[in-house]
Design a protein around this ligand. Sequence first.
Ligand code: NAP
Ligand code: MG
Length: 451
Amino acid sequence: MSYQLVNPATAEAMETIEHTSLEQTDDAIANAKSAQRRWAGLAPAERAEILRSFADAVAGDVENLAALEVRNSGHPISQARWEANHVRNVLEYYAGAPERLIGKQIPVAGGIDITFHEPLGVVGIITPWNFPMTIASWGFAPALAAGNAVIVKPAEWTPLTTMRLGELAREAGVPEGVFQVLPGKGSVVGNRFVTHEDVRKVVFTGSTEVGKTIMRGAADQIKRVTLELGGKSANIVFADADVDKAAATAPSSVFENAGQDCCARSRILVEASVYDRFMQGLEKSVAAFSVGDPTKDETEMGPLVTSVHRDSVASFVEDDKVAFRGSAPTGPGNWFAPTVLAPSSLDDRCMREEIFGPVVAVVPFKDEAHALEIANSTEYGLSGSIWTRDVGRVIRVARGVESGNLSVNSHSSVRYSTPFGGFKQSGLGRELGPDAPLHFTEEKNVFIPND
Ligand code: NAP
Ligand code: MG
């Protein structure tokens, strides 16, 4: 089996990627299992040094990685460069971890008691197609730092940058078998991570639907899981905010990466008294949002990843709900103009389901309690933004929104040094931040008597 990649911006056919078979997956897991023992046996400083070399190799390949993501995923080149640099930064940040996996010495009678953070063994990482290389790095960098071997299965549609990271790891001196990339089907390779006893943890980023299947499967072996799933985040704009700034910045919070972003603020809630003013500002900023050729530096939004996905996004747009649209190229490529919907009901499909495209719904609210009620009326809880100049309200609303990652008077993107993850059905566990390596270890307690 194989998959023919297609350039999302031009519809041109590109390389054909061979799928990894079940037998090859089992071989890779066996290989990882023995390589992991040697990797964990290295001195912490040696593992740190190899991860720094891996970070350097990524730094030296930023232009190539970025160009691959432009071709494979249609990401604008400026964004793709940011992503490649982010992978470097994540690797460098977690290169500090092997020498800092510090246990505790706990006072007890009759001896000493100490704790260790032992690696889990082999970790399987399953990634989605929207941010292929960054999301892979959030799993593999802290997992490697903690002494695990890692196998990554990239999404079928977007394997190129992850495969390149696999080559860079080897060139940088990551030992054979410690970091492997297996392009292929989720139902074959990804599912094998769930069923194989030697894979001790699965890190899954993708849809809530598949995440539930992974969690169910993992229960058979009490396998550890981290799940990063869907989102339907709210951007809440109060009347006392800098409404013009909120309107000017809203497009980037939902149309970046063509809306194919789990953190997309795809519901905008606006206090009724400033709704009209906000919509006027938003119409201007949406019209100015530059959609086009992803190879150009000034492009803010490229095409959708595949024609299949474009059809799925289009199914959410009913003409009678469209407030206004931006522009997009016509002709070959999976183009979709940024679209603003003004649904008359909070139960509308566009208010409940993750669209994962450049479509945003704007609705008015009455007061703070109403805003929180709408914001929390979703099964998801990943991110969100709050616009107000009232400090007390910042505290109340930030504590009141049921979501893992919020930003105030801004649309903060992910930072490698801070924890990231979802409430409710947006996920389980956290990635990034100072504690991520611990999520790839078991805490072991050892008592040693005095006599
Ligand atoms: P998806 O369909 O769930 O697929 C994600 C990955 O899982 C792919 O590699 C897929 O492989 C694999 N997979 C599919 N079925 C599987 C199975 N039965 N067992 C094991 N693996 C399986 O998600 P997607 O469409 O690629 O990505 C979009 C979704 O990801 C959105 O819902 C988005 O919100 C979510 N997301 C969440 C975050 C976050 O951090 N919370 C970040 C990014 C994206 P194939 O390629 O072969 O299908
Ligand atoms: Mg999918």
